[in-house]
Design a protein around this ligand. Structure first.
Ligand SMILES: Nc1ncnc2c1ncn2[C@@H]1O[C@H](COP(=O)(O)OP(=O)(O)OP(=O)(O)O)[C@@H](O)[C@H]1O
Length: 261
């Protein structure tokens, strides 16, 4: 549990002249479950999108599994990564998106088998066996032949989780996986994520506004504000005795939000 599997080393991310990540540093160890919390616009999703190679960086180095993600080793130091390097590195990570992002014209089963067959070159029968196991894991064995529009949002998101797992990533990223769901469907998705977290050796990095859930499943919480980590610690430390005024303010407003629902 000691090697950092993810390392952000002075990472800078800008959109035009807006600096979203400002020399960001953090490590995540293999097998750790870490949640990023923080106000809207603080750069939480950007961290995940950089790891999924959906957004580039303007400064610093991101390491995944001990190798630079956005760079390669050249003869005299690091050089920008080639597409082949990015493609290879991306295979270590899977992501569950806020809006599920399922293919609407494909059955549930095909949504899960498509990438393993096309990207990993798995045989169709093997991909189907893997998908069926994962559908059982997320409690959707009876829905394999349905299309996404025939499922509830919670069921679609559980397919999204199975689809990410089908690529056998070492690291699973969750970008606000329940925020597009009706409140009564949130629990079933959190249960699946909680079960995964208990039963699998996956490294998990989550962005969520579900504070109670973050508290239950995380080994560590990172509190972000304006592209920097203001405070980090175990859920017990951060939620019961936050050290920084900014953290207390944020947690207070989140509590108000929860009580207002
Ligand atoms: N493609 C983009 N082009 C321009 N600005 C962007 C882009 N993506 C994100 N941003 C800006 O970067 C900042 C950080 O966005 P990000 O989505 O990472 O925040 P967040 O902390 O995840 O917020 P939320 O909780 O609302 O999802 C925001 O100000 C956002 O408007």
């Amino acid at each position: 549990m000691n090697d950092p599997i993810i390392r952000f080393d002075n990472v800078v991310k800008r959109f035009g002249d807006h600096t979203v990540l400002d020399e960001l540093n953090f490590d995540i160890r293999k097998g750790e479950k870490v949640t990023i919390i923080g106000p809207s616009g603080s750069g939480k999703s950007t961290v995940l999108r950089i790891l999924m190679t959906l957004e580039g960086i303007e400064g610093g180095v991101v390491h995944v599994g001990g190798e630079p993600l956005w760079h390669e080793h050249g003869p005299v130091g690091l050089v920008p990564a080639s597409q082949a390097h990015l493609h290879r590195m991306r295979g270590q990570l899977g992501m569950v998106f806020q809006q599920f992002n399922l293919f609407p014209h494909m059955t549930v089963l095909r949504n899960i088998t498509e990438a393993p067959v096309k990207v990993l070159g798995l045989g169709k029968a093997e991909a189907r066996d893997r998908a069926e196991e994962l559908l059982e894991l997320v409690g959707l064995s009876d829905h394999a032949q349905k299309y996404p529009h025939q499922l509830s949002g919670g069921q679609q998101q559980r397919v999204g989780i199975a689809r990410a797992l089908a690529m056998r990533p070492n690291i699973l990223l969750f970008d606000e996986p329940t925020s597009a769901l009706d409140p009564e469907l949130v629990g079933e998705v959190l249960n699946v994520i909680g079960q995964l977290s208990e039963e699998h050796d996956l490294t998990m990095l989550l962005v969520t506004h579900e504070m109670r859930f973050a508290r239950e499943i995380s080994d560590r919480i990172l509190f972000f504000d304006q592209g920097r980590i203001v405070e980090e610690g175990s859920p017990a430390q951060l939620f019961t005795s936050p050290q920084r005024e900014r953290t207390r303010e944020f947690l207070g407003s989140e509590l108000d939000r929860v009580l207002a629902v």
